[in-house]
Design a protein around this ligand. Structure first.
Ligand SMILES: NC(=O)c1ccc[n+]([C@@H]2O[C@H](COP(=O)([O-])OP(=O)(O)OC[C@H]3O[C@@H](n4cnc5c(N)ncnc54)[C@H](O)[C@@H]3O)[C@@H](O)[C@H]2O)c1
Length: 250
């Protein structure tokens, strides 16, 4: 039986959106299990993760900018000497119908969720291909597969992430690089804080509609992300792993 507490010893991981619910739990989980972590977010509060573990370094920046992705990979190489795992987790949502949505709204969601993920995948692949190893986990959503009114830009970005990941898995296989999506259902986080009052209550309530009957805690999603990223998932690539309490099974 492998020792989970040391599972990621010697590995170097980039986690985006690490000031948030799932990203924070994921960065802490990797550090707890021995990894060195570059934790990135547009929010300056991400720096607090450095107090949690001396294996975490932080980077503040807008991940939709090309330079943020290059800085993240450079930081991993400069501080830790390698890059093994990329977790593209940052995202934003704007709740408007397609008819109401401005071009600025559309671009702001697609730029973070899709462009940011693409840029980080591209910069990571440049390092992982010559190293002939790597694991990429892109965080999707049950909105990779199902639709709700008012999430047009978000759902489009998450569907595109699933396809981007399938392509990456084909391009990476010959180099020993795996790429997968973890697609959560409702998680009690602050992701809706900018778009409605009591966003956490809304997510907790909405999660009751899943067969499991509740929303997830961020730590439950971090566990699935860690598994998909780990060598325990060595035969898994190009897939979308639903972690949605059974929502899409109905
Ligand atoms: N919470 C849910 O119900 C739910 C459901 C399905 C999927 N997800 C997915 O889970 C992932 C994590 O979301 P969460 O629920 O932890 O949300 P969260 O809002 O707590 O965390 C997202 C983080 O991304 C960061 N971010 C946003 N724009 C950025 C930018 N331009 N540059 C850098 N960082 C930026 C935010 O500052 C935030 O810290 C996302 O991919 C989200 O789509 C969440």
């Amino acid at each position: 039986m492998s020792d989970l507490n040391r599972e990621f010893e010697g590995k170097v991981v980039i986690v985006t959106g690490a000031a948030g619910g799932v990203g924070g739990e994921t960065a802490r989980l990797f550090a707890d299990r021995g990894a060195c972590v570059v934790a990135e977010d547009v929010k300056a509060g991400v720096v607090e993760l450095e107090d949690y573990s001396d294996r975490i370094v932080t980077l503040t920046g807008d991940l939709s900018e090309e330079t943020t992705a290059t800085r993240a990979v450079e930081l991993a190489l400069r501080r830790f000497g390698r890059l093994d795992i990329l977790i593209n987790n940052a995202a934003r949502i704007i709740n408007k119908t397609v008819a109401e949505m401005s071009l600025e709204d559309w671009d702001s969601v697609l730029n973070v969720n899709l462009r940011g993920s693409f840029l980080h995948c591209r910069e990571a692949m440049k390092v992982m291909m010559p190293a002939r190893r790597g694991s990429i986990v892109n965080v999707g959503s049950y909105a990779c597969q199902v639709a709700f009114p008012t999430i047009g830009a978000y759902a489009a970005s998450k569907g595109a992430i699933a396809q981007l990941t399938r392509v990456l898995s084909l391009e990476g296989a010959q180099y020993g690089i795996r790429a997968n999506v973890v697609a959560p259902g409702d998680i009690v986080t602050g992701i809706l804080d900018d778009v409605m009052p009591n966003g956490r209550d809304f997510l907790a309530e909405h999660g009751k509609g899943s067969p499991i009957g509740r929303a997830a805690e961020p730590s439950e999603i971090a566990e699935v992300i860690a598994f998909a990223a780990s060598d325990r998932a060595s035969y898994m690539t190009g897939t979308v792993v639903m972690a949605d309490g059974g929502y899409t099974a109905v």
